[in-house]
Ligand binder design. Structure first.
Ligand code: ACO
Length: 325
């Protein structure tokens, strides 16, 4: 018995925000953003759309592909750092939106690594036999925690969602390995200081813009390369395979230069590394499921191929999974 992705779906909001438009908002240029990050444009959710709305769209597409009814879903895991509210969990809104009334539901907050963490949890839930069908979603509306006056961060981020339905089947497909890591000591390199129990929202925290994401990108860059390369190597080793067995590396899309450096450290050519950062920027927990869906849709990977998903993000957190499709 293995774990199979029986359905996958994604959702990107319609509104496109280009680098040219950002040039009018902050002191930046298309040239700087393109050469330093690889990003050309990103998607922005409508004012009426919250994270759960994006998640529901992606999940409905995955459910349709899986050809199951929402009632068959035993558990829903939503990875997000932009929940609709502190509580209920975003997963509760998703359950309601899908009519998945038999599902246990919860959120996990592991920033950009959230989907990898969610998949690892789902794998154990399925392997121990209690759950048979688990929906894992990475969904973010990062535009809501972006300081549109801060050129260091606002050019990087976007909104989107990706979802997979995982099921125990007797096919060859499987999550061959999961590797997770974290370093809370460096949490202040990427965080939102205000609005939580440490600095509850007040007029002052809002005036001081503490409810927006703060990032020390330069320091994160080096840690991201090392953590992602090491995580991918660990997942490959734990799966008992080599890099040559991997059809495609699907990395978190934070910066094209990070992705290229990770590819180099793994010794794989860029043809074996999936990139769509130019279209969507960094959508945190949503990047890897969106990228996996696109890779399948574009025919870059097919049933039986092995892919390695790898991510790094706030926390700090990181992780990788080797998956036989
Ligand atoms: N336009 C023009 N200039 C800019 C911009 C901009 N948008 N942003 C920064 N600059 C300037 C800086 O002010 C600095 O100017 P200075 O030299 O006069 O001080 C200069 O460009 C260089 O800044 P750096 O920060 O050194 O630029 P760098 O090449 O490191 O690129 C970036 C910055 C893109 C943020 C990069 O460091 C990066 O991608 N870091 C990793 C981000 C990451 O992986 N985050 C974790 C995941 S995200 C998540 O979890 C949600």
């Amino acid at each position: 018995m293995g774990i199979e992705i029986i359905g996958i779906g994604s959702y990107l909001p319609e509104k496109i925000l280009t680098n040219a438009e950002l040039e009018k908002m902050v002191d930046t240029t298309d040239e700087w953003i393109t050469t330093r990050t690889g990003i050309k444009e990103r998607r922005i959710a409508k004012d009426t759309e919250a994270t759960s709305d994006l998640a529901i769209h992606a999940a409905k597409r995955a459910i349709k592909k899986a050809n199951i009814s929402p009632e068959e879903i035993d558990a829903i895991i939503v990875a997000t750092i932009t929940p609709d509210m502190f509580f209920p969990s975003t997963a509760c809104f998703v359950q309601k939106g899908l009519g998945a009334k038999n599902a246990a539901v919860f959120d996990i907050a592991a920033a950009c690594s959230g989907f990898i963490y969610g998949t690892a949890i789902a794998k154990d839930m399925l392997k121990n036999g209690t759950y048979k069908t688990v929906l894992v979603i990475g969904a973010e509306t990062l535009s809501r925690i972006t300081d549109w006056q801060d050129r260091n961060t606002c050019v990087l981020l976007g909104d989107g969602a990706g979802a997979v339905i995982l099921k125990k089947t007797d096919s060859d497909s499987d999550i061959l390995s999961s590797y997770l890591g974290a370093d809370g000591n460096a949490g202040d390199l990427l965080y939102i200081p205000g609005g939580g129990s440490r600095n509850p929202a007040t007029h002052k925290t809002v005036d001081d813009r503490l409810h927006y994401m703060k990032m020390e990108g330069n320091k994160l860059f080096k840690i991201a390369v090392r953590a992602m390369a090491d995580s991918a190597k660990k997942a490959i080793e734990l799966a008992g395979i080599t890099c040559d067995d991997v059809r495609l590396i699907i990395p978190h899309q934070a910066n094209i230069r990070i992705v290229e450096a990770v590819g180099k450290q793994l010794g794989v050519p860029m043809e074996k590394v999936f990139l769509n950062i130019q279209k969507y920027g960094n959508t945190s927990a949503a990047t890897t499921p969106i990228a996996l869906e696109e890779a399948i849709y574009e025919g870059k990977v097919k049933k039986g191929d092995i892919v390695v998903l790898v991510a790094f993000g706030g926390g700090l957190t990181w992780g990788a999974a080797a998956i036989k499709l």
